[in-house]
Ligand binder design. Structure first.
Ligand SMILES: Nc1ncnc2c1ncn2[C@@H]1O[C@H](COP(=O)(O)OP(=O)(O)O)[C@@H](O)[C@H]1O
Ligand SMILES: [Mg+2]
Length: 254
């Protein structure tokens, strides 16, 4: 079967400074891939390049999503993929949702951007997702503004919003690093249950190797923009090739 997403020898720069070097990997349907590395190694840049977000310039290589060549498609097709087929969860979802709109209004907007749907139907779909994520008081959440919710709740809502259009991939950029450990574990479990329920593939960017160990099928370790280890999570973490990965594992034990 064909891969869902495939990176081939991707090189990326900002202005004149190269930040990613010959990055290759693939993502299967329903797979959870962890991308792990220190701050500044290019993790967010890698995710941005998938959605063609402004900033990073792809110097060479290919990115394929199903049958689409993501570096060659027009902006209309990219808009259709973005938020619909591939959606994003940020480190702090609360600051990425419009503070002047209720969650319910944000739900309706992000669904009607991609298909004809009534407000009532969109809220119904959101309620189903909230319930499948066991969010407390789902109806109240729809009426709330982001500032009325806790950081952890905003993050859980952010994940639910990312699921609205039933994407085949969720890109989660350090979704737990602003949260306390108990909420972080809850978020990780929710991502896992989404994969189980909807077969959504997830790229989880994290600098926390314990989280990567607990949830990912495959793992890609980045150091200074280069892939230093990549493969099945259990194999990479039990017999890492690079000294960088070995140190990362040692430092996570303490
Ligand atoms: N918009 C930008 N313009 C110029 N340089 C950037 C920009 N965004 C990130 N960088 C630089 O690119 C490198 C990789 O950044 P990033 O992908 O955000 O790393 P990470 O997410 O792994 O912390 C860093 O050195 C960062 O300073
Ligand atoms: Mg980042």
């Amino acid at each position: 079967m064909k891969e869902l997403l495939k990176f081939e020898d991707i090189n990326i720069s900002y202005e004149k400074r190269q930040v990613l070097y010959d990055v290759s990997f693939s993502l299967d349907y329903g797979e959870i891939l962890g991308i792990v590395g220190n701050s500044g190694c290019g993790k967010s840049t890698l995710l941005k390049s998938i959605l063609g977000l402004a900033g990073p310039k792809v110097l060479s290589g290919n990115i394929y999503f199903e049958d689409s060549d993501l570096l060659a498609i027009n902006s209309r097709d990219m808009r259709n993929i973005r938020g619909n087929r591939i959606s994003m969860v940020f480190q702090e979802s609360g600051i990425h949702t419009n503070p002047l709109k209720t969650i319910g209004d944000t739900v309706f907007e992000s669904m009607k951007a991609h298909k004809q749907i009534s407000k009532e139907d969109s809220l119904g779909i959101a309620l189903d997702i909230f319930e499948s994520l066991s969010l407390p008081e789902p109806k109240r959440i729809l009426k709330a503004y982001p500032f009325e919710l806790s950081g952890g709740m905003n993050q859980r809502v952010g994940i639910a919003l990312a699921m609205l259009n039933n994407p085949s991939i969720i890109l989660a950029d350090e979704p737990t690093s602003a949260l306390d450990p108990i909420v972080a574990v809850q978020i990780v479990n929710e991502l896992k249950s989404l994969r189980e329920k909807y077969n959504t593939a997830i790229i989880l960017v994290t600098h926390n190797i314990k989280i990567a160990r607990s949830i990912t099928d495959n793992i890609l370790i980045l150091n200074d923009g280069k892939v230093v280890d990549y493969g099945k999570t259990t194999e990479v973490l039990s017999s890492p090739k690079s000294d960088f990965t070995k140190e990362l594992i040692l430092s996570s034990v303490t």
